[in-house]
Structure formats: C-alpha cells, structure tokens
Design a protein around this ligand. Structure first.
Ligand code: SF4
Length: 322
C-alpha cells in the first residue's frame, strides 16, 4: 500500500542555555494510507516534538535536516500559507489533556464554529459537528444540542474527549494525530477515548503517540519505539511486544510486564543523551549489551524479518543495513 506519510532523517534541534538539544535526531518513519501507527517511548524522547513538526509548529525548534513527505508532498520549508491549508484540514491533531485543550470562556458550539470558519468549512449550522458528536456516542441530537450550548467545565472528561475528536474530524482529515490520548484519564474515560479513536480509524489514518502500551496494542497494528529522538525499532505491534529486538524495547516490555501497570512506568533510562556531541549509540551508557563500537559509532538501521531495528548488535551479526 502507498505511504501517506514518510519521515526521513528528520533532525529538529532546540537552542537552549545548556546547549543544543537534539529533540528529533535522524528520525525515520512511514505510515501507510488508511493505516494506524503507534509511537511509544518515555517522556523526553521527542514524540511530541515530532507531532508539532508534522504540523509545522515546531518553533522555537529548527528543522536542521530531513524530509517529511505527506501524500507525496514535501512539508519541510513549505510556506506558511500552504501549511495552513494542510493543518486541521489534511492533518488534524487531538491534543494532550482534554481538561485544558478547550477554551474555558467559550461554549462548545462557539468553539466549533470558530474552527469551521478557520478551516473554511461550509456553514451547515453545526450539522456536521452534531452528526459527528452523535456518532462518537454523545447521544441523540437533543443531547448534542445541549452539549453545544455548554461550557467545557460543564462536561465530563469523556464528553470533552469526544468534542475534541469531533473538532479534529470536522474537515475529514487524511491523518489524525492523537498525542497521548489516554494520559491523565480515569479508567472509564480512557475506555471511551480508545473506543472513539477505534471508530475514527475507519474514517482516517491514525498516528497515536503514547506510552500506554495496552492502548497502542488496541489501536495500532504497527508500532515504532523512540529513544533519544530516533525510532530505534519498528515492527508489527504483536511481534514487537512479544519479541522486542532492540535492547531498549526489551527493557520497556520487561518493565511493563513486571510492573503490570496500565501506563508504562519510567525505566530510569529515559532519553537523556539529547545534549552535547552526537556520538555513538544514545543508549550505550545503559545498555547491557553495549560494546566498544557502541560508544564510537552511531548505529544504522537494519532490516529484520519482523521490521527494522537501529542497533550494532545486528550489524555485528552480519546483517546488512537497510
Ligand atoms: S547499539 Fe550497542 S548500545 Fe546501542 S542498543 Fe545496540 S548494543 Fe546497545
């Protein structure tokens, strides 16, 4: 199947008083049209920077190198006016944290009208939004009318999640990006959020950024693991969860299984090597299988039968780079 999204060798850096932070550092990923891809990794690995870079909102970060092809079109260095035609219309975002993402001073219906105006969606008197909200499980049209006249604080977490999803789907985007869609949700709202996204995946391609492994398993047949600004392993979700190949992925899975938590706990090895010289493997200081070459040479991507992995272990074993 044709790729909807192809990110190649993406480098996004931030200048900080402590030095240059390499938030995305040679990141590669692909998403097929109609597919769903999960991206997992701990805090600070560059997941959210990737999301904002896809939308051209990475500033003050700078794209130093790389390519983002969306429907075959290069997004890096695209003029702002053209990016505006893509944001919201072709690539839409469900932001993190439903409790703060909506404007507390405007009723839901007013916020949806603003979005329709900004995206130049024909005025249907909010009919599209009403149908979407009803489809997403907010009850009959009468209940939906009530929600449109409500302020965000008058809605439950699950209702706000549905409203944000409906807003993202208004323009029928080709790609829906959900950034940590289950973070800080109680159990029942989390289930609602997952059901909503599952439903949405029949309308659009899905990129789900999360550290909630069970959620990713539910939503995404393909999974990428990020560490220190790179995708270090990419595979089908089941293989990656059952037989992770990268040492960092193995640790993530081990912690998940032993902790038995819904959300993945920090391993203690979260991406730290984002500052300073870009030398060797970023995981080398924590990796139980590191050897001398790991401290000196940046590993290249290797193709395995189940997917791809970025690790010297496999080149050492004579496997060719992709
Ligand atoms: S390249 Fe070396 S340090 Fe990095 S994950 Fe592989 S074995 Fe470990």
């Amino acid at each position: 199947m044709k790729n909807l999204l192809e990110v190649s060798n993406l480098h996004v850096y931030f200048e900080t008083p402590a030095g240059l932070v390499r938030a995305n550092n040679g990141l590669d990923l692909q998403l097929e049209a109609g597919g769903s891809l999960g991206i997992m990794g701990e805090s600070g690995c560059g997941k959210t920077v990737l999301v904002y870079t896809l939308l051209g909102l990475q500033q003050p970060g700078k794209i130093m190198n790389g390519s983002i092809l969306f429907k075959g079109r290069e997004l890096v260095n695209l003029p702002e006016a053209e990016l505006n035609n893509i944001r919201g219309r072709q690539i839409a975002l469900i932001p993190q944290n439903q409790s703060t993402a909506l404007n507390p001073l405007l009723k839901v219906g007013e916020q949806i009208s603003e979005i329709e105006t900004a995206l130049k969606i024909p005025d249907t008197g909010l009919d599209n939004a009403k149908h979407l909200l009803a489809e997403l499980g907010l009850g009959d049209i009468h209940s939906v009318e009530h929600i449109l006249k409500s302020y965000p604080h008058q809605l439950s977490g699950g209702m706000r999640q549905r409203v944000l999803t409906a807003m993202a789907l208004l323009a029928e985007p080709d790609l829906l990006v959900a950034d940590e869609p289950t973070t800080a949700l109680d159990a029942s709202t989390r289930t609602t959020a997952l059901n909503i996204l599952k439903k949405s995946s029949s309308k659009t391609s899905l990129l789900v950024i999360s550290h909630d492994l069970p959620a990713l398993k539910t939503l995404c047949p393909k999974l990428a693991v990020m560490y220190a600004g790179r995708v270090v392993e990419y595979s089908d979700t089941e293989s990656l969860m059952e037989n992770p190949r990268h040492p960092y992925s193995r640790m993530l899975m081990k912690y998940q299984q032993s902790a038995g938590f819904l959300n993945m706990p920090l391993t203690g090895f979260e991406s730290r090597d984002l500052l300073g010289d870009d030398k060797g493997c970023s995981f080398a200081l924590f990796c139980p299988q590191a050897t001398a070459i790991c401290l000196k040479e940046i590993p290249q991507e290797v193709c395995l039968e189940s997917g791809r992995v970025v690790c010297h272990l496999y080149t050492r074993n004579g496997v060719q780079t992709c």
